[in-house]
Design a protein around this ligand. Structure first.
Ligand code: UD1
Length: 433
C-alpha cells in the first residue's frame, strides 16, 4: 500500500541544470481511478496491471475497501474482489479527499439499483459540479436526490435512453457509462468525452463482456448485458499527463531526453504546439525525444476537451513559456480559474498578467529566481517544480502531498534525469541548506 513519503514535506530544488536522460512513464492515474471503480461491476475477481503507486489510487482503493471489496496492491498490480461488497453508501471521510471517488455512483447504481455518495466539494482548480452525471442517470430511470450533502440514487430498474451531455465531461461520461452497462435495452450517450482514459474504461468494460460501441464522434451506444466478468488481467494505458510534464521539464531546462513507455499519439495537439514553436520533438512508437532550445517562439494556447490541448498540462506549459522569445497567451476553457500557481511564479520573477481565464506571459531570457513557493494542486505544483528547475539558485516548493497524488516516484524520476532535488521538511528555509 502507498505510504505517504512525508506529508507536509517540500522539495528543495537547485535550479539551472539542464535535465538529461530517459524517463519511463507510469500507468495513467485518470484511467486507474475510473477502472478501479468499474471493477465494482464484475461478478468475479478483477486484476489490473500498470497501476501507478499514487495517493489517489490508494484513496480510491480505500473507498472500495470500505464498501466491502477485498483489494490488494502489489508491484503495480491491483487485485479487487468485488463480490463481497455489502454497502452501497460511500463514506464522506473517503470521498471528501478526492473528487474521483464520485465515480463509484454509476457502478453502485448499476449493481445495487441504489447508491449514496457524498457530493464532492469544490477544489483548488475551481468549481466542479456533477449535474451532468446525475441528470443523465435520471434519464435512465433513476431517482436522484441530494440530502445533507449526499447524493442518493435509486431505481426499480434502469432502462436505456438517449442522453446528450451539455458538456463532454470526462467524469460524467465515465459515471453514466458505468451506470448503463446493465440497463435494459439500448443507451445512446451523445456529446461524450473522448479522452484516452474514457476509451480505456470502455475497453476495460468491453473486455469483461460489456456491449459498448463507439458509433461516430462523441457517441457511445451501450446495449445492456446481464453480467460482467473478467477473463484475463487488464493493463491500463500510460499516463499522457505525466509524459507531457517530463517533456516540459526537459524542454524548459534546455536539456535533452527521452520519455519512454508512453503513447505519443495521445499527446498530438500538445506536441504539435511545442514543435511549431521551435522545440525539437521526435516521436517513436512508444517514446518521445525532446531537446530544449535556448529560445523558442511564444505560443497561443486554448485548452479544450480531447483531442484539444489538455487543461492538465496548462500550468506546466505556462512555466515553460516564461522563457519564450515574446508574449504568449494561455486560456483555460475548461477550468477558467486554474491559475492559483501564477502568483507563485510571479514571486520567482515571471511576468504574467491574469485576466479572466487567460494568462498573458511575457517571455524573457532573464532566468527566474529561486524562491520558496506554495503549490495548491497537482499540476500547479508540477509547474512550480519546473519553474524551480529553470530558475537561478535554490527554491523550496511546498505541497509535495499534491505531487504524491499524481506522479509516481516523482523525485526518483527527476533525480534520474540529473535534477538536483531533495525532499525536505516544510519548515526548511532556503538559507538552511
Ligand atoms: C477529469 C480529470 C481531470 C481533468 C478534467 C478535464 C479525472 C479523475 N480527472 O476531471 O484531471 O482536468 O477531466 O480534462 O479523470 N462540468 C460541469 N458539470 C458537470 C461536470 C463537469 O459543468 O456535471 C464542467 C467542469 O466544471 C469543467 C468541465 O465540465 O469545466 C470538464 O470537467 P470534467 O471533464 O467533468 O472533469 P473531471 O471529470 O472532473
Amino acid at each position: 500500500m502507498v505510504k505517504s513519503v512525508n506529508s507536509g514535506s517540500a522539495i528543495l530544488v537547485e535550479g539551472g541544470k539542464p535535465l538529461k536522460g530517459t524517463v519511463a512513464i507510469s500507468g495513467a492515474k485518470n484511467s486507474a481511478l475510473p477502472i478501479i471503480c468499474g471493477s465494482l461491476l464484475s461478478s468475479n475477481t478483477v486484476v489490473l496491471e500498470n497501476i501507478p503507486l499514487l495517493k489517489d489510487v490508494y484513496w480510491i482503493i480505500e473507498v472500495l475497501t470500505a464498501l466491502g471489496a477485498r483489494c490488494e496492491f502489489n508491484n503495480g498490480t491491483v487485485t479487487i474482489d468485488p463480490t463481497k461488497v455489502n454497502s452501497y453508501s460511500a463514506s464522506y471521510e473517503f470521498v471528501r479527499r478526492m473528487r474521483a471517488s464520485f465515480l463509484v455512483l454509476g457502478p453502485l447504481l448499476a449493481r445495487f439499483k441504489k447508491a449514496s455518495v457524498p457530493l464532492p466539494g469544490g477544489c483548488n482548480i475551481g468549481p466542479r459540479p456533477v449535474s451532468e452525471h446525475t441528470e443523465a442517470m435520471k434519464q435512465l430511470g433513476a431517482n436522484v436526490d441530494l440530502d445533507k450533502g449526499i447524493v442518493h440514487a435509486s431505481a426499480k430498474k434502469l432502462v436505456g435512453a438517449t442522453v446528450a451531455f451539455n458538456i463532454p465531461s470526462v467524469g460524467a461520461t465515465e459515471n453514466v457509462l458505468m451506470s448503463a452497462v446493465f440497463a435494459e435495452g439500448t443507451t445512446v450517450l451523445e456529446n461524450c468525452a473522448e479522452e484516452p482514459e474514457v476509451e480505456d474504461l470502455v475497453n476495460f468494460l468491453i473486455s469483461m463482456g460489456a456491449d459498448i460501441e463507439k458509433a461516430g464522434s462523441r457517441r457511445l451506444v451501450i446495449r445492456g448485458v446481464k453480467e460482467l466478468s473478467q477473463k484475463s488481467p487488464y493493463r491500463i494505458i500510460p499516463d499522457r499527463i505525466e509524459a507531457g510534464t517530463y517533456i516540459l521539464a526537459i524542454a524548459s531546462t534546455a536539456g535533452e531526453g527521452k520519455v519512454i513507455n508512453c503513447n505519443p499519439h495521445h499527446l498530438t495537439t500538445f506536441l504539435d504546439k511545442l514543435s511549431d514553436s521551435g522545440i525539437p520533438i521526435e516521436i517513436g512508437e512508444r517514446e518521445i525525444w525532446v531537446k530544449g532550445p535556448e529560445t523558442f517562439s511564444p505560443m497561443i494556447i486554448h485548452t479544450h476537451p480531447y483531442p484539444g490541448f489538455p487543461t492538465d498540462l496548462q500550468p506546466q506549459t505556462v512555466a515553460l513559456l516564461t522563457k519564450a522569445s515574446g508574449v504568449s497567451s494561455v486560456t483555460d476553457e475548461i477550468f477558467p480559474q486554474r491559475f492559483s500557481y501564477v502568483p507563485e511564479l510571479q514571486r520567482m520573477g515571471a511576468k504574467i498578467e491574469l485576466g479572466g481565464s487567460k494568462a498573458t506571459i511575457h517571455g524573457s531570457t532573464d532566468k527566474l529566481t529561486g524562491a520558496p513557493v506554495q503549490g495548491t494542486d497537482i499540476r500547479g505544483c508540477a509547474a512550480l517544480v519546473i519553474a524551480a528547475l529553470m530558475a537561478k539558485g535554490k527554491s523550496i516548493v511546498n505541497g509535495f502531498e499534491h505531487l504524491e497524488r499524481g506522479y509516481e516516484n516523482f523525485l526518483e524520476k527527476l533525480l534520474a534525469l540529473g535534477a538536483e532535488v531533495s525532499l525536505v521538511d516544510r519548515s526548511t528555509k532556503i538559507n538552511d541548506k
